[in-house]
Design a protein around this ligand. Structure first.
Ligand code: KG4
Ligand code: ZN
Length: 351
C-alpha cells in the first residue's frame, strides 16, 4: 500500500550503503551496511535494565527511551562506520510488526533522514530481518526453511526463492521467547529470563519430563501455553507437599520439550518441502540447547544450516539492512507516507 514499485529499475550497480534503523521493541539500533551484507557498524542500545524492574517491556517507556537515544545511536553508528550521512544511499527502517509507539520513533527518524538526504526509504518487516540476518553470515540456498523463534514470534517460514515468504506454521498462543520469559519468572529469574533458563537447563543433572505439544499430526503450528502451565503446576505441587521445587530439573524439562517440538517440526517441514537449507533465527536462536540439537539433526540429514551469532539473533538494525537489501536490489521503495504497522503480514512483504 505504501510501496512504490519501480519495476523498470535495474539492480543498482556498484557499491552502496544502507542506513538501517530498528526500534520495534526495547532495543534502539542503527546500522550501516555496505552492499547488503558487509556490516560497517551495528550499534545496539538495550533498554533491558529499565524494563527489568517491571518484569517486562512497558510500551510507553520503550517509546520514550527510543526518543532519547535515537539521534545519539545514529551518530554513533555513522562514526563507528567511518561514514557520513552524504555516503548513505538509502534508509531502511522496521515498519512492523512491533509496539506502535516504539516503531513510530524509528519510522519518523528514518523518514527525516531520507527526506533530508533525498534518498529512498525502505519500510522493512521485522521478521524478514530476523530471517535475513543469516544472509550476513552466509549464502542462502533456496528453497529454505526458516525457524523463527523470538520473544514475539514463533514461525516456520518457507522461502521458495529469495524474498518470497510463506508461513507454514505459527504459534497459536505464546511465542517461544515469551514462554521462556514466563517460565523464568516462575523460576525467580529477572526479565528477560530466556538465557537464565537455558543456562540452568544445561547445568541440570535431573529432568522433570513435561508434555510435548505436537497438536494435530499434520500441523506445523505451535502452542506453548500448556507447557508453561505444566511448569507452574509442578512448582505448586511441590510446594503443596511442603517440598522445594527442583528448578533446574524443571528448566531442563521445559527446554527439552520446547527443543523437541520446534526442531521436530522444522525438520519435518524441511523434508516435506525439499529444503536445501535450514535457517535458525530470532532471539531464542541464541539458546545453546536449541543450536546444538538443530545442528546435529541437520548434520544427520546432510542439510546445511545457518545460525547467526548471538548479536545478530536478538534485535539489531544490521538484520533490517539485510532484509531491506532485497527491496533495494529490486528498486522497491516506500513512499514518505509510510506508516508504522504494529501488525504487518510477512507474506505480503515478499518481493
Ligand atoms: O528476537 P528478540 O531479541 O526480540 C523479539 O523480537 O521478540 O528475542 C528476545 C527473546 C526473549 O524472550 C529472550 O528471553 C529470548 O529471546 N532469549 C532466549 C535466549 N536468549 C534470548 N531464550 C532462550 N534461551 C536463550 N539463550
Ligand atoms: Zn525480534
Amino acid at each position: 500500500m505504501n510501496e512504490q514499485r519501480d519495476t523498470s529499475a535495474d539492480s543498482p550497480k556498484g557499491d552502496y550503503v544502507l542506513l538501517a534503523i530498528e526500534t520495534s521493541c526495547d532495543e534502539t539500533s542503527v546500522a550501516v551496511v555496505r552492499n547488503g551484507r558487509e556490516i560497517l557498524s551495528n550499534v545496539i542500545s538495550s533498554q533491558i535494565e529499565t524494563h527489568k524492574q517491571f518484569g517486562g517491556v512497558v510500551p510507553e517507556i520503550a517509546s520514550r527511551k527510543h526518543v532519547e537515544s535515537i539521534t545519539i545511536i545514529l551518530e554513533e553508528a555513522l562514526r563507528e562506520a567511518n561514514t557520513s550521512l552524504e555516503d548513505i544511499d538509502a534508509v531502511a527502517v522496521t515498519q512492523g510488526p512491533g509496539l506502535i509507539g516504539a516503531l513510530l520513533v524509528g519510522v519518523v527518524a528514518a523518514k527525516s533522514v531520507a527526506l533530508a538526504l533525498d534518498v529512498p526509504l525502505i519500510g522493512t518487516h521485522h521478521i524478514a530481518g530476523h530471517i535475513y540476518a543469516n544472509h550476513l553470515i552466509g549464502d542462502i540456498v533456496y528453497p529454505a526453511i526458516a525457524l523463527v523463534v523470538s520473544g514475539g514470534h514463533t514461525e516456520i517460514v518457507l522461502l521458495e526463492s529469495e524474498g518470497k515468504f510463506r508461513i507454514i506454521g505459527r504459534t497459536r498462543d505464546d511465542a517461544v521467547g515469551e514462554a521462556y520469559d514466563k517460565v523464568a519468572r516462575a523460576l525467580q529469574f529477572p526479565y528477560p529470563g530466556g538465557p537464565y533458563v537455558d543456562k540452568l537447563a544445561q547445568e541440570a543433572t535431573e529432568e522433570v519430563v513435561l508434555p510435548r505439544s505436537w497438536l494435530e499430526p499434520d500441523s506445523y503450528d505451535f502452542s506453548f501455553s500448556g507447557l508453561k502451565s505444566a511448569v507452574l503446576s509442578e512448582i505448586n505441587r511441590s510446594r503443596m507437599k511442603g517440598e522445594s521445587p527442583d528448578f533446574s530439573a524443571l528448566a531442563r524439562g521445559f527446554q527439552q520439550s520446547v527443543i523437541d517440538v520446534v526442531t521436530g517440526k522444522a525438520i519435518k517441514a524441511a523434508k516435506e518441502f525439499g529444503a536445501r537449507q535450514m535457517l535458525l533465527c530470532g532471539g531464542v536462536a541464541a539458546n545453546r540447547g536449541l543450536r546444538e540439537r538443530l545442528s546435529s539433526l541437520c548434520e544427520e540429514m546432510g542439510l546445511p544450516l545457518l545460525i547467526p551469532p548471538n548479536k545478530l539473533c536478538t534485535d539489531n538494525a544490521a538484520m533490517i539492512a539485510a532484509a531491506a537489501d532485497l527491496k533495494w536490489r529490486r528498486g522497491q521503495f516506500s513512499s514518505l507516507d509510510l506508516k508504522a504497522e504494529p501488525i504487518l503480514s510477512l507474506e505480503d512483504w515478499s518481493v
